[in-house]
Design a protein around this ligand. Structure first.
Ligand code: HEM
Length: 452
């Protein structure tokens, strides 16, 4: 058996101070060792950082049944965001994932592409009114939020109700983030003022969703099929099992965090890397010109946008929104020769693996071309959507949305970052976001300017 490298720390606090100060920097620093697992302590809790590709593969793929989603973020997430697919435990997850898979298959995605494109066009018209330096990060978030809500509920939900739901969902995310940041909060059942407020919020979100679901179950067939209709209709072909209304309501509650925040973060980083790397942006414009000219990009164009796809992948290598995730061990195990006890808290950092000089030459350089020729090792060291059976169910959806939105923006705008902008990383809201927003100067392109 190999001895696990232990990070030295304070007698009582362990490594809490360093971890709290900057957990990303701390985890990158302690990973600079050959040890396949690195152990550190937060007060009384031992944490095990996986530091080899074999170890990551073992936990996420080979022996995934021994590792469940546990620890504080999941406890808080389950209370506030419900027991949707990302949080579900094994048996429940297996049943749901099988039923839900077809909702994210290619055929379904085709239908969402047009909607994304129309939304982007409508939204971006507003940008032509901006003058001087403007922070477009809130717009990027709102655009993905509105697209997400539209894809989910379709035209069958009134604009007024969508706006209300979006406001509620934003408050729900803020409540989740505040509770994770606090590190400790009393269980939701304890009637503190904050808990009562959180419970009221959850009831409100569920009430809007429930009313809508009932109207779709009872209502006349209007010919529209949105994502929620697909979830209502979805069934396991082997045993005919379906999702019940309560299960679908759980999926709606988690949707904004899983689907909207992550995509908005990626698009924000992509807009930054694009502006910071004019040569890459030029190639992207050239590709777009050849594939679509001035017309909006459609589903069928996406496989041809190879360079843009590489740019998105490279963005997610440097700045994976889900930069860290965790698992707990059901039973004792051995990883890379290191003993892992039962109930251990394991941390997996795509950020570490995707930025390590062990696997990536010049890791800090934005180089989309590297995705034309990834080695097998690099393929295993790249997992912004996770890996194994719990890999993101929405990854095709996300890649499509980001490619469409970026293309529509490229076709209509040129942008430069505000002078002196430094792309600092913000992890305080659990995802990896640009710290100071996206302050840019925009130039509206007339039709045909894309050609220049
Ligand atoms: C750039 C955008 C996205 C990123 C970076 C991302 C990242 C991830 C990651 C890393 C996981 C696995 C977490 C783990 O293993 O603990 C995951 C799971 C998941 N994601 Fe995404 N995601 C994105 C977009 C989406 C979208 C658009 C949807 C839905 C439309 C979605 C729905 C889900 C769901 C439901 C799961 C749980 C899957 C399961 O446990 O079976 N995600 N995502």
């Amino acid at each position: 058996m190999q001895t696990i490298k232990q990070v030295p720390g304070h007698l009582l606090l362990g490594n809490l101070s360093d971890f709290r100060k900057d957990s990303m920097e701390f985890l990158s620093r302690i990973a600079e060792t050959e040890s396949p697992v690195v152990r550190f302590r937060l007060l009384h809790m031992d944490c095990y950082l996986l530091n080899s590709l074999e170890g990551v593969n073992h936990v996420l793929v080979q022996n995934h049944k021994n590792y469940y989603k546990g620890g504080l973020p999941f406890k808080v997430a389950k209370e506030i965001l419900g027991n949707g697919l990302p949080m579900a435990d094994f048996e429940n997850w297996k049943k749901r994932r099988k039923i839900m898979n077809p909702v994210f298959h290619k055929k379904a995605l085709d239908g969402y592409a047009g909607l994304m494109q129309q939304y982007a066009l409508r939204y971006l018209d507003k940008w032509s009114r901006h003058t001087g330096v403007v922070d477009i990060a809130p717009d990027v978030f709102n655009m993905t939020m509105e697209i997400g809500t539209d894809v989910l509920f379709g035209k069958a939900m009134s604009q007024e109700e969508k706006t209300r739901l979006i406001a509620l969902e934003k408050r729900l995310i803020a409540t989740f983030v505040a509770r994770v940041q606090a590190g400790f909060s009393l269980p939701l059942a304890v009637p503190t003022a904050k808990n009562r407020e959180a419970r009221k919020l959850i009831r409100e979100v569920d009430a809007v969703t429930y009313k809508y679901l009932q109207s779709r179950l009872d209502g006349p067939d209007d010919g529209e099929v949105n994502m929620l209709d697909l979830l209502l209709m979805a069934r396991d072909e082997d045993n005919n099992q379906t999702l019940n209304v309560a299960e679908i309501m759980d999926e709606v509650r988690i949707f904004t965090v899983a689907a909207v925040d992550t995509s908005a973060a990626t698009l924000s980083w992509l807009l930054y890397y694009s502006a910071a790397n004019p040569d890459c942006e030029r190639k992207a414009r050239q590709e777009l010109r050849q594939v679509a000219g001035d017309r909006p990009v459609g589903f069928e164009d996406l496989p041809k946008l190879r360079y843009i796809n590489n740019m998105i992948q490279e963005t997610m290598r440097l700045a994976p929104p889900a930069w860290l995730f965790s698992r707990s061990s059901l039973d004792a195990d051995v990883i890379g020769g290191c003993p892992i006890p039962k109930g251990a808290n394991l941390l997996i950092s795509p950020y570490n693996m995707q930025n390590s000089p062990r696997y990536w030459p010049a890791p800090e350089t934005f180089n989309p071309d590297r995705f034309d020729a990834l080695t097998e090792t690099q393929k295993s060291a790249y997992f912004p959507f996770g890996e194994g059976p719990r890999k993101c169910i929405g990854y095709r959806f996300a890649m499509m949305e980001i490619a469409i939105l970026y293309s529509v923006i490229l076709q209509r705008y040129a942008w430069t970052m505000a002078p002196g902008y430094v792309p600092e990383k913000d992890i305080t809201k659990s995802l990896l976001l640009p710290k100071n927003g996206l302050p840019v100067t925009l130039k509206h392109l007339e039709v045909g300017e894309l050609r220049s």
